[in-house]
Design a protein around this ligand. Structure first.
Ligand code: ZN
Ligand code: ZN
Length: 337
């Protein structure tokens, strides 16, 4: 079968591999769609801290089920996606129903070879039914589930002001699920084009350009002086993350979905006087995947909003570098296999 490997940072190479020989408990998938995400792009650039090379990338996948590997209720030929966070099943997080932050987690396409291939085997217990969604839609479930998980972590209540910082693909998903939770959504970014996208396509209530506007003043104006009770970072930018502690309402929750390498720096009095709750949000769980799928089925999320670029598997290598260029306006590039 054909595969595409990131051999070293900056280099992708097509090759062939043997068909997977199924390990016990694994299901066999015929890959149909691959969504390209920031993680893949950073791996290609060599800026993703957890990567080793060579690596077959790709974790946002839609597939036809070839062999269910004993998974109950799944039938060969059905359209599926799967949870690409391979967990150990016995650590403290797994025992506490939080496989998304398993101590021994192996993310498909990050720590193990992923789906830039014709076939892939995955643990059968991580399969997710397609529920009649298209392959395009199924490839978008995982990145949207990251956003859904962040909103669930924040326990967003209807009517709350939720500030989402960073309007990249993950931030957009967070905004969608904040809106679905009934929040009044404020999108903040440095890029005017992305903010316009949030207003036009996601119908966010407010936008703030962090570069050209006084963020604190705008937030006061929008929230009648209260400031947002929930802030979610989707930038992974240290300066943005540290600044946002000061935007939080007293009694509020701050959730970090984005990740950066350095320290969190906050004035303790500022943090303390708010009785701030700080959380990280890592990956997503089956509950989040199911919430995304039901939101797509009921039309609350339109997946086509996100797909800006589309190529065939043979064309990935030639196009990959262009997806790194912000000028090309990529939200989600989809590969058809
Ligand atoms: Zn991703
Ligand atoms: Zn575990």
């Amino acid at each position: 079968m054909k595969i595409l490997t990131c051999t070293t940072p900056g280099t992708l190479a097509y090759g062939t591999a043997d068909m997977p020989t199924l390990n016990p408990g694994n299901a066999l998938l015929k890959i149909k769609r691959i969504g390209i995400c920031g993680t893949d792009l950073h791996a290609f650039e060599g800026t993703q801290p957890f990567f080793s090379y060579p690596r077959v990338l790709g974790h946002e996948l839609a597939a036809e089920l070839i062999d269910a590997g004993g998974a109950e209720g799944f039938t060969e030929g059905e359209a599926v996606t799967f949870i690409p966070y391979f967990n150990c099943g016995h650590c403290i997080a797994c025992r506490s129903g939080k496989p998304n932050c398993c101590v021994n987690i192996r993310v498909c396409g990050v720590h193990t070879d992923g789906g830039m291939a014709e076939y892939l085997q995955v643990p059968a217990n991580l399969l997710v039914h397609g529920e009649g969604l298209s392959f395009d839609e199924l490839a978008l479930v995982e990145p949207l589930a990251i956003g859904a998980h962040g909103i669930r972590r924040a326990d967003v209540k209807p009517g709350e002001f939720v500030l989402v910082i960073g309007a990249g693909p993950i931030g957009l998903g967070i905004m969608e699920f904040a809106r679905i939770a009934g929040a009044k959504v404020i999108a903040a970014d440095v890029n005017e084009q992305r903010l316009a996208f949030c207003s036009d396509n996601l119908k966010v209530d407010y936008t703030i350009n962090v570069k050209s506007e006084d963020v604190t003043e705008r937030l006061k104006e929008i929230t009648n002086g209260d400031m947002p009770t929930v802030i979610i970072d989707a930038t992974g930018n240290q300066k943005a993350i540290n600044s946002a502690f000061l935007y939080l309402a007293h009694g509020g929750r701050y959730v970090l979905v984005g990740l950066q390498r350095d320290e969190l720096i906050v004035s303790h009095p500022e943090f303390h006087k708010r009785e701030s709750t700080l959380m990280s949000s890592r990956n997503a769980t089956r509950e989040d995947f199911e919430h995304v799928i039901s939101s797509m089925k009921s039309g609350l999320v339109n997946p086509q909003t996100y797909i800006t670029h589309r190529v065939k598997f043979d064309e990935v290598k030639d196009n990959f570098e262009s997806w790194l260029n912000p000028a090309n306006g990529v939200i989600k590039a989809i590969v058809e296999v």
